[in-house]
Design a protein around this ligand. Structure first.
Ligand SMILES: Nc1ncnc2c1ncn2[C@@H]1O[C@H](COP(=O)(O)OP(=O)(O)OP(=O)(O)O)[C@@H](O)[C@H]1O
Ligand SMILES: [Mg+2]
Length: 214
């Protein structure tokens, strides 16, 4: 663990057990796609709402007090702190539960960029379809979400997995393929909802890159 991580754990441990402190911080960082080894004190504003929520559950800690304590760790800048640069949200996908996490990360990002509810639903559908394919057909993978740098109303979604690839991709994308189990939207539906859609697939895995306009 690095120094920023230890200092935040030290503050949280004043209110809850060290184990819960580490657990709450770990979960908050994961939701933001930040590795605990890469954590910096300027990540604190981003993870603060999650920490406040978690500590309220663990031990009815006053959220305002917690904010003051954690924000006093960040160095004073002498000017108003700019909003945190949008980081990539990265969600590990292995089980059904991870699809729920991916959906909620999607909704959160959509809220941040001011997307309406229909658009949010569209992005969440795409994310869920890609995540479901990872759960159903591969040993695991990741979904990354971020607003497009040049146009923040567009959400970039990258699904990567360590599966065996999709040898009949052409057939699937032509609409001739009928899945034995599937009844949802699938890859073809994902493409219809997307502004840009690209698949790279091979025997060591698949990467689907999608952009959805909100
Ligand atoms: N990430 C993946 N790795 C390996 N095979 C995949 C992957 N994603 C999809 N496939 C294969 O491609 C087929 C088509 O996927 P698609 O998502 O379009 O439909 P489906 O998953 O079969 O049904 P649904 O409509 O419920 O999504 C799947 O049946 C599966 O065989
Ligand atoms: Mg599918």
């Amino acid at each position: 663990m690095n120094q920023a991580h230890s200092r935040v754990v030290a503050v949280l441990s004043k209110h809850v057990s060290r184990l819960n402190a580490e657990g709450a911080l770990g979960a908050a960082l994961r939701r933001r796609g930040i590795a605990s080894t890469d954590m910096r004190l300027d990540h604190v504003p981003q993870i603060l709402p999650d920490l406040q929520r978690a500590l309220k559950l663990f031990g009815s800690v006053d959220p305002t007090r917690l904010r003051d304590e954690l924000m006093s760790l960040t160095p004073p800048t002498g000017r108003t702190v700019p909003p945190p640069a949008p980081t990539v949200r990265r969600i590990e996908i292995r089980s059904e539960d991870d699809i729920v996490v991916a959906r909620s990360a999607t909704r959160e990002l959509c809220e941040e960029i001011g997307a309406g509810s229909f658009a949010t639903q569209r992005v969440a559908t795409v994310v869920a379809e890609l995540a479901r394919n990872i759960v159903s057909y591969t040993p695991g993978g990741t979904i990354e979400l971020e607003p497009k740098a040049k146009d923040r109303r567009i959400v970039c979604i990258r699904a990567r997995d360590r599966g065996r690839g999709i040898p009949n991709l052409q057939e699937i994308m032509s609409g001739r393929y009928r899945s034995a189990t599937g009844l949802g939207l699938g890859l073809l539906g994902t493409k219809r909802l997307s502004e840009s859609f690209a698949v790279k697939t091979g025997p060591s895995g698949t990467e689907v890159d999608v952009q959805v306009r909100t």
